[in-house]
Design a binder for this molecule. Structure first.
Ligand code: GNR
Ligand code: NI
Length: 172
């Protein structure tokens, strides 16, 4: 297992890529999931999409277990949202690819997701609360979408500019 570097803004070239479905759950996919999980735990974060470590495949990991609780990793490949509730909910989101920035995002409160699990079997889950938010956040990453795309254009452009400026200053 190894820690992978997490890609952050201003690298939109990578973060805006649309990831490709995986054909089979083989040893390479499992090794990548394991590295992503270790990277996510270390960050720390509650979810991570493969594109955040530079791999444009439709893979993600989530673990919502709190400190001191037993780990509860969820390994997801090729997720598809098959149903979303009319009811919306607000959650203050952050992203490991946009460090130290948090904003309220409104999304469907409940969703159903079809995906392949670690055994390569099709599965469907009904997610609510933080799991619903986190799954939608991660599935967005697979489509090149960031949580700042769900906030006002003014706030989005401001945060992107801040990261562009910091990057240029760091490179001088
Ligand atoms: O660690 C994370 N926390 C979080 C909090 C609220 C909504 C979404 C998230 S996901 C984020 C990790 C991340 O960037 N995943 O892509
Ligand atoms: Ni994120």
């Amino acid at each position: 297992m190894s820690l992978l570097p997490i890609i952050t803004l201003p690298d939109e070239k990578t973060l805006r890529e649309v990831s490709k479905p995986v054909a089979t759950i083989d040893s390479h996919v499992k090794a990548l999931w394991d590295d992503m999980l270790e990277t996510m735990y270390r960050a720390p974060g509650i979810g991570l999409a493969a594109i955040q470590v530079g791999v444009p495949q439709r893979l993600l990991v989530i673990d919502l277990a709190k400190d001191g609780e037993p780990k509860a990793p969820l390994f997801v490949a090729n997720p598809e949202i098959t149903w979303a509730s009319e009811q919306q909910s607000d959650y203050e989101e952050g992203c490991l690819s946009i460090p130290d920035y948090y904003e309220m995002v409104t999304r469907p409160a409940e969703i159903k997701v079809r995906y392949l699990n670690r055994q390569g079997e099709p599965n469907e889950m009904h997610a609510t609360g933080l799991m619903a938010t986190c799954l939608q956040h991660e599935i967005d990453h697979l489509n090149g979408v960031l949580f700042i795309d769900h906030i006002s254009r003014l706030k989005r452009e401001r945060v992107i500019k801040k990261f562009q400026k910091a990057h240029k200053l760091g490179k001088l």
